[in-house]
Design a protein around this ligand. Structure first.
Ligand SMILES: [Zn+2]
Length: 322
């Protein structure tokens, strides 16, 4: 059994069977023990105390009473409030503050003060930036909150008839309000394959123009409709580098809510070695020797992918024979 990758955490009970129990959900929203994970325009609320690592800020229900207002059912129906699950017997919800122009001011007086962190460095941050430095369980919670609010923000209207939709099942489904249509829409996660291609003692790594300076990573791409994961691996590697792969072996997966993906990780064996880079996709691709990768120290000529990525894990596990 492999441990879970960053942005997922096994100690998190989603309590999916509770989602349709509207009375229970409404009670939990106003329960003083419940906690809310604020999201503002795809950003999460974090605090950085005395230059330490960032921590997730979650708010108690009492501190956001004025934000929620009296009409809890309405907030649930709009999808601004989404039930995420239960951690240590406390219900957790995502709270979408995106309609507000100045969310920190909205939160500041009652909510942030009540959370006990005072006026420390609280800010909305892109999880992509702070993720690698944040606690794993908090990372998983923030990722889920961000993913759910992103989905709601893009499914306000029915894709079939164009009528407005309403959130149901505590934020895990949206239903078309047109009674003749009544279509149900469910949260989406788009699958992408990510693969470390190896040939004996060498690994194939590539870099895109938008990567950090010197960063090389595994190849990756979206799965297309009507395509198996194995075929997607072979196609992406062929398209980006001209390499043909043989055996494809599943490794592990990682939620990647930037904005709505799940990365499906593989190790693949190359059958050919001559690289033909598709410069539309990549800036460079190269074979790297295992011994060189084990001893190289990151610099601007070559650096490994970020620590919270499954790409890094695919490489590290191969380097160390796992
Ligand atoms: Zn509809």
């Amino acid at each position: 059994m492999r441990g879970s990758n960053f942005y997922s955490h096994p100690g998190f009970e989603r309590a999916g069977l509770r989602r349709r129990d509207t009375a229970w959900i409404v009670e939990r929203v106003v329960d003083p023990g419940s906690l809310f994970v604020p999201v503002w325009r795809n950003q999460n609320l974090v605090v950085e105390l005395d230059g330490g690592e960032p921590q997730a800020v979650v708010l108690a229900s009492a501190s956001i009473t004025s934000i929620l207002g009296a009409r809890v059912e309405e907030r649930l129906g709009s999808g601004d409030v989404v039930f995420l699950g239960v951690i240590e017997e406390r219900a957790h919800f995502a709270l979408d503050l995106s309609p507000v122009e100045t969310p920190l001011e909205t939160l500041h007086s009652p909510a942030v003060a009540a959370s006990g962190i005072g006026a420390a460095t609280v800010r909305f941050a892109d999880l992509r930036q702070v993720g690698p430095r944040i606690d794993r369980r908090e990372g998983a919670l923030l990722a889920l909150a961000r993913a759910m609010t992103f989905w709601h923000s893009r499914h306000r209207y029915c894709g079939l008839c164009g009528s407005p939709t309403r959130s149901e099942e505590a934020g895990h489904m949206r239903r078309c309000t047109n009674p003749d249509c009544n279509t149900m829409h469910f949260p989406r996660t788009d699958p992408a394959v990510i693969m470390l291609v190896t040939h004996g003692e060498r690994a194939l790594l590539g870099r895109s123009r938008n990567f950090a300076p010197g960063m090389y990573s595994t190849l990756a791409g979206f799965v297309e409709p009507g395509e198996s994961l194995e075929d997607a691996v072979a196609r992406e590697v062929r398209e980006e580098t001209g390499i043909e792969v043989g055996a494809v072996r599943y490794h592990s997966s990682q939620p990647w809510p930037f904005p709505a993906n799940i990365m499906l990780g593989f190790h693949a064996e190359a059958l050919t070695t001559e690289i033909t880079v598709d410069y539309g996709e990549l800036e460079d691709a190269r074979w790297c020797e295992r011994d060189w990768l084990l001893t190289h120290v990151d610099d601007d000529s070559f650096r490994m992918p970020r620590l919270d990525s499954i790409a890094r894990r695919l490489i590290e596990d191969w380097l160390h024979g796992r």
